[in-house]
Design a protein around this ligand. Structure first.
Ligand code: SF4
Length: 351
């Protein structure tokens, strides 16, 4: 690692940093919430979620005490719902064991549910000024290019050696800003896919990849395993007043969330009607809806769908389904974005 990157990096950051609702607040809870939301989601998409979440649950105590259905609803659309469930478990732990104040120390933060090395480093350095690194994908990219390091960035051993190296580089007085500056540089200048803006980079002078023309070869990342493709048929089952939804099992993919009924495979119209009859309902009409696709981290759903009008949803087996209109579902029941194409066909109002 070249010496003295901190000074030009911080100078650049002071001039160019984006204004973000969680930035410059010295509030460990804000840092925590934003960092968890930002895993897998873009900054622009996170902003409104963050504001809504903080407005309703302004501190650790409020998060610890909130009903689970409510926090899931506030998270709806961000995906990876175990993240917010773990946050709540950690909030309860902070209330019970640390008097409601987020711990300052990296190792203690790491012991909280759902907080990994990156998030612990971000909270300790940004909110409490501790000299610990916070290495995310952006930082790894900048580092790999700067040092022309060809280690596989998916490996823990490579990440740990990056952390060690960066700790030696961090400024004593502004470790939080140093970490944020590295992340920001990766997010807006040292970007992936052939778009790195090396001519604007405050570290261009030190950068080995730039010097040797290897920017696009770095970072090295072992290829991911291919996703499993699953075919599903979604059934939008409606009577004059509502649409059927049901709760998913408490474990596994999208655990505990609500969904439109769906089954494995791509059913024909005839098979879909038979399915609905087997539920004890009397179908009146069927209409094919557009196909849709949703990508999870390891699975891809390829969906076909039907809207099926039935005589009355009350004939369905008790307890398996809830019958709701769109407004009620928007207010109370978190339906994951995998079903977004089809939730817009839900009945507007149950009146
Ligand atoms: S000079 Fe280019 S490749 Fe090197 S750190 Fe800056 S933006 Fe990244």
């Amino acid at each position: 690692m070249p010496e003295n990157i901190a000074e030009p990096l911080l100078k650049w950051y002071d001039k160019n940093k984006r204004i973000l609702p969680w930035r410059d607040k010295d509030n460990a809870y804000y840092t925590w919430v934003s960092e968890i939301m930002l895993q897998q989601t873009r900054v622009e998409a996170v902003k409104p979620y963050f504001q809504r979440f903080i407005q309703e649950l302004p501190d650790v105590a409020a998060l610890a005490a909130a009903p689970e259905e409510r926090i899931i609803k506030l998270w709806e659309g961000l995906g990876y719902y175990s993240r917010v469930r773990n946050m709540q478990k950690a909030a309860v732990q902070v209330m019970e064991e640390y008097g409601g104040r987020m711990p300052e120390d990296f190792e203690t933060l790491l012991s909280l549910k759902g907080i990994g090395r990156y998030t612990a480093g971000a909270i300790a350095s940004i909110a409490y000024g501790k000299k610990v690194p916070a290495v995310d994908g952006n930082v790894l990219r900048v580092y790999a290019r700067l040092t022309e390091n060809r280690g596989d960035i998916m490996k823990q051993s490579v990440r740990k050696s990056v952390e060690n190296d960066l700790t030696g580089q961090m400024s004593e007085d502004r470790p939080g800003d140093f970490n944020q500056a590295m992340m920001e540089l990766g997010a807006v200048v040292c970007v992936p896919n052939g778009a790195a803006k090396c001519e604007e980079c405050p570290l261009g002078h030190f950068c080995l990849a730039r010097k040797h023309g290897t920017v696009e070869e770095l970072p090295v990342k072992a290829p991911k395993k291919a996703r499993t493709i699953e075919q599903r048929t979604v059934l939008v089952i409606q009577d004059g007043v509502g649409t059927a939804i049901r709760k998913r099992p408490d474990t596994g993919l999208l655990a505990g969330l609500y969904e439109l009924p769906n089954v494995e495979g791509h059913l024909t119209e005839k098979a879909a009607l038979a399915r609905v009859k087997a539920m004890g309902l009397e179908p009146l009409r069927i209409e094919a809806l557009p196909d849709a696709k949703h990508i999870f981290s390891h699975i891809e759903w390829r969906m076909c769908a039907y809207r099926i009008a039935v005589s009355s949803l009350e004939e369905a087996p008790q307890g398996e389904f809830l019958f709701v209109d769109k407004r009620e579902s928007d207010k109370k029941y978190a339906i994951p974005s995998a079903f977004r194409t089809y939730t817009r066909y839900m009945k507007e109002e149950n009146s």
